[in-house]
Design a protein around this ligand. Structure first.
Ligand code: BG6
Length: 484
């Protein structure tokens, strides 16, 4: 369904996110007929560049993202929507009038300002937009994660942006919420009668959420070394997955009902402080190892400086959601870079049957495995009888629902869905101010405990399953990570 014509201004328009995600996402939505021809896409950045040069950069980006399905003719039509204006958002004398002149004078057009810049610039840019008369009631501002580096800096950003834009105009993006399979999590839970009655401490033993990556720093050393896995992945993506898994059914799917349920989960997370952090968390950092057959550098060797960084590239956490539904059910979170392969899974492990009818060794349990990426799908492990006359041998096998086998359509990238939601003004897949702040409150407590504890991350070889301590954390509880 086409959206109404709109304008989008991308700050950081020449950056990595714009090239890898935003421009290709807009191009694909246009190819699908969702973006009307009268819409405008204006890239801005500090560099002096002509619109022609910017279109060329955008073409390369979209061609790379499209691969074999690249359509040079279609691009020629699309590129007419794209323009460039050089703006140094921190300079009061920047060329706002030129930018303004590129935008539609139709005040009904939603105008989206996408801040794909360092979060340090969010407030400056918002204030400049205000001064330039561009923060109209129809404007929307999109803030990329991370919103700050801790609770205080997140509040400063939220206050500063909030002084110019109303909360309903602020779209704090977490691209995990735009992933097809993440949205399917809500459908799976709330459109099936089967799971909800079992979805609690009564039947669930524990939950595992893994986001494993095989890649390393990918040229983002400056950002990553100040951030680490906890701030980069847990504060946002992992906690959002935890919220969608643990939240109560919302009354409706509209903006605030879902977000209100998510924030209740964040507020119920038991703080991890003091010495508890040693028992309940593991930090790791990769050292040199292999990827496939290729040797890969260790984390510190990927950094440009010689500093002996103690930034974690792996984190495992045993979290607890302290409420009626989840009392006593651990939520094990695990994420890391340079692990053996890329996979993101939510594993719901059910309790064993109360009475072992089928004898010793037949103690496999039901497991619901939601594979978010790649090979998107849902597998429900059930026990069945192994065929054969030799007694009742029980085997655990999955009922397998594979997206690729069930649907032949192309899956839109998360940014495609989220950008169109911004244009429509649909906030439900974006984080509310209090949600971001609640996530930081929990994460800040943990960072403080780590800082006080002063322990360095445990090294793990690139291409291995992460630090041994992560396996031992599970082992102590008589459990193991599910490796798929
Ligand atoms: C980003 C992180 O938010 O998510 C990256 O900053 C990470 O470090 C990426 O690689 C993972 O996203 P995806 O969609 O590839 O799982």
């Amino acid at each position: 369904i086409p959206v109404d014509p709109f304008d989008i201004v991308i700050f950081g328009g020449t950056g990595d996110l714009s090239r890898r995600k935003l421009l290709p996402a807009l191009y694909h939505r246009w190819l699908d007929g969702q973006i009307p021809e009268t819409s405008r896409i204006v890239g801005t950045a500090r560099s002096e560049m002509t619109t022609k040069e910017y279109r060329e950069m955008a073409r390369e980006a979209c061609e790379t993202a499209s691969g074999k399905s690249w359509d040079a003719k279609a691009w020629k039509v699309f590129e007419k929507l794209v323009e460039y204006v050089a703006i140094d958002a921190t300079n009061p004398d920047a060329d706002w009038p030129t930018l303004k002149s590129k935008l539609s004078s139709n005040s009904d057009h939603p105008c989206v300002f996408y801040l794909a810049t360092s979060p340090r610039l969010y407030v400056d840019i918002s204030e400049a937009l205000g001064r330039a008369g561009l923060a109209t009631p129809n404007a929307r501002v999109v803030l990329e994660k991370p919103i700050g580096t801790d609770l205080d800096s997140a509040r400063e950003i939220n206050d500063g942006v909030g002084a110019v834009f109303a909360e309903r105009q602020v779209f704090r993006i977490d691209h995990y919420l735009g992933k097809e399979t993440v949205q399917n999590l809500m459908v799976l839970r709330f459109a099936n009668m089967l799971f909800e009655p079992l979805w609690s401490r009564n039947y669930i033993d524990h939950v595992q959420i893994t986001v494993a990556e095989d890649l390393g720093l990918e040229g983002r050393a400056d950002y990553y070394d100040k951030s680490g896995a906890l701030r980069d992945m847990v504060q946002n993506h992992m906690l959002q997955l935890l919220c969608l898994t643990a939240m109560e059914p919302p009354n409706h799917l509209d903006d605030d009902d879902v977000r209100t349920e998510k924030i209740k989960v964040l507020n119920a997370l038991t703080p991890i402080t003091g010495d508890e952090a040693k028992r309940l968390t593991v930090r790791g950092q990769y050292k040199a190892g292999v990827r496939g057959d290729e040797p890969v550098k260790g984390y510190v060797d990927e950094l440009s400086s010689d500093t002996q960084s103690t930034t974690e590239t792996f984190v495992a956490i045993k979290a607890a959601v302290d409420n009626w539904r989840w009392a006593g059910v651990p939520f094990y979170l695990r994420t890391g870079k340079r692990l053996p392969y890329r996979h993101s899974d939510i594993v719901i492990q059910f309790k064993p049957t109360p009475h072992p009818l089928f004898g010793e060794g037949n103690d496999a349990v039901n497991r619901l495995v939601i594979r978010l990426q790649p090979d998107e799908g849902v597998r429900l492990y059930v026990q069945i009888k192994e065929p054969g006359p030799g007694g009742l041998r029980v085997k655990s096998l999955p009922l397998n629902l594979s997206y690729a086998e069930s649907f032949t359509v192309r899956y839109p990238d998360a940014y495609e869905r989220l950008l169109m939601d911004v244009v429509r003004g649909n906030l439900s897949l974006f984080m509310r101010r209090d949600e971001v702040e609640a996530a930081w409150t929990w994460v800040d407590g943990l960072i403080e405990a780590w800082d006080r504890g002063g322990t360095a991350p445990e090294l793990y070889a690139a291409g291995s399953n992460g630090p041994l301590a992560a396996a031992m954390m599970m082992d102590r509880d008589g459990r193991a990570w599910f490796e798929g």
